[in-house]
Design a protein around this ligand. Structure first.
Ligand code: PLP
Length: 440
């Protein structure tokens, strides 16, 4: 047993995010170390990581080159301000990231999380139009079930009611597209669902209420992760792009989950060949080892800001820890690991095996839908009628049996590190089946 005494004694002090706190305190799940595909929990049990931590540890845990880069930079330059200043790794990290983003999205603004990236992207979109004489473009269009973090901007554009309901009117002036989940036509789709391109046309319907000349941007996750693995229908993202172009509306992709190989490409934009104007990222940017987020911006947007007097600050925005040296070191080392081990290609090559394994659960009890793309799968579970939700029981039991999953709503999400082996993929889905067989 490791550390249980200390976490027990201090249990009252910690308020956990997105957690049923009182339920958790009855039977905590505590992780104490990690290596490769596995965590070790406080009981000393190995836990196979089926969700890359929280969709972020794409290269597997405690990778030596990343750990060493962090150690080196912490000892060399522990902090450097980036307001009116810079440091070498900030330039290098921005260059390395812009080499991966779609051509033209070459300007990188650093922050510390996906939530900060979302709010940064929204502010850039609104301020860009203002800088270009279109101050009336201030509305943002998001999507039902969208998740863009927990800042008041991202929350306003996001579309998960349970995340919004406690926080009043929120901030951004936002309208929402319908979500694209359509199980009556698309249940058990493999990869992109065939039906639903017309959900993009709903953007034009919004223009009845919101004149397009008042809309700054449309912001969507190319594939929704947190709201339950909702895969874009064939042609949907392209159609959104076309409508945005027609009306001078910016398109923002939130690639916080879909970036860095999750779908078997650098970004969803590359995979689906749809180029947004602004792109947010976080999580896999440092393999989860140090907080970092970033926003990639199209050249014309960047140059749109570079007007007026040269000694004026063009974008009054940023964070104390924007481009933190240790985070930049972690990002560069992480991108080296992704490149040297060809992990994005590995994810693409493993995807068909992963897809078959996920869909092997089709006849398991309580399974009502399965969705997958790249190394992501969502298993939709029929809600139970017990006090504790069925899906929570599956998640908790899986953890006790040594497999970490994620549950959101009625969806079990599986998104392992890209280094996963086939026998580990089998183990994840076999564990889920075994648990479903015995869960009421
Ligand atoms: N955007 C998307 C698409 C996400 O999935 C998440 C987190 O899961 C965020 C933003 C928020 O990121 P963070 O938790 O780092 O603030």
């Amino acid at each position: 047993m490791q550390n249980t005494a200390s976490h027990g004694a201090n249990r009252g002090a910690l308020w956990l995010p997105f957690t049923a706190h009182r339920q958790f305190r009855q039977a905590p799940r505590v992780l104490v170390s990690a290596k490769g595909m596995y965590y070790k929990d406080a009981q000393g049990q190995d836990v196979l990581d089926g969700c890359a931590g929280l969709w972020c540890v794409n290269a597997g845990h405690t990778r030596t080159p990343i750990v060493e880069a962090i150690q080196r930079e912490a000892a060399k330059l522990d902090f450097a301000p980036t307001f009116q200043m810079a440091h070498p790794l900030a330039f290098e990290a921005a260059g390395r990231i812009s080499a991966l983003t779609p051509p033209g999205l070459d300007h990188i603004f650093f922050c510390n999380s996906g939530s900060e990236a979302a709010d940064t992207a929204l502010k850039i979109a609104i301020a860009y139009h203002r800088a270009n004489g279109q101050a009336e473009r201030s509305k943002i269009v998001g999507r039902e079930r969208g998740y863009h973090g927990v800042g008041l901007g991202g929350l306003s554009v996001g579309g998960i009611s349970s995340n919004r309901k406690q926080f009043g009117p929120l901030l951004a002036d936002a309208a929402h597209l319908p979500h694209t989940y359509d199980p009556s036509r698309n249940a058990f789709s493999r990869g992109l669902p065939k039906h639903g391109i017309e959900y993009a046309d709903a953007l034009e319907k919004l223009f009845v209420t919101h004149d397009p000349s008042t809309i700054a941007a449309v912001m969507v996750e190319p594939m929704s992760g947190s709201a339950g693995v909702l895969i874009p229908p064939v042609g949907y993202l392209k159609r959104l792009r076309e409508i945005c172009d027609k009306h001078g509306i910016l398109l923002i992709f939130d690639e916080v989950i879909t970036g860095f190989g999750r779908l078997g490409a650098s970004f969803a934009a590359e995979k689906y060949q749809v180029r947004p104007d602004i792109m947010t990222m976080a999580k896999g940017i440092t393999n989860g080892a140090i907080p970092m987020g970033a926003v990639a911006v199209k050249d014309t947007i960047f140059t749109g800001f570079m007007q007026g007097p040269e000694n004026a600050i063009e974008l009054p925005h940023g964070y104390t820890y924007s481009a933190h040296p240790v985070a930049c070191a972690a990002a560069i080392a992480t991108l080296n690991v992704y490149r040297d081990e060809r992990l994005f290609e590995r994810a693409a090559a493993l995807a068909p095996y992963f897809e078959d394994a996920a869909h092997s659960l089709r006849d398991a009890p309580h399974v009502v839908d399965i969705r997958n793309e790249g190394l992501v799968a969502g298993i939709e579970i029929a809600p139970g009628d017990g006090e504790v939700s069925r899906i929570y029981k599956v998640f908790d039991t899986a953890f006790r049996q040594g497999v970490l999953l994620r549950c959101s709503g009625n969806t079990l999400s599986i998104a392992p590190p890209l280094i996963i082996e086939k026998n580990e993929i089998d183990r994840i889905f076999e564990t889920i089946r075994r648990i479903l067989n015995t869960t009421s």
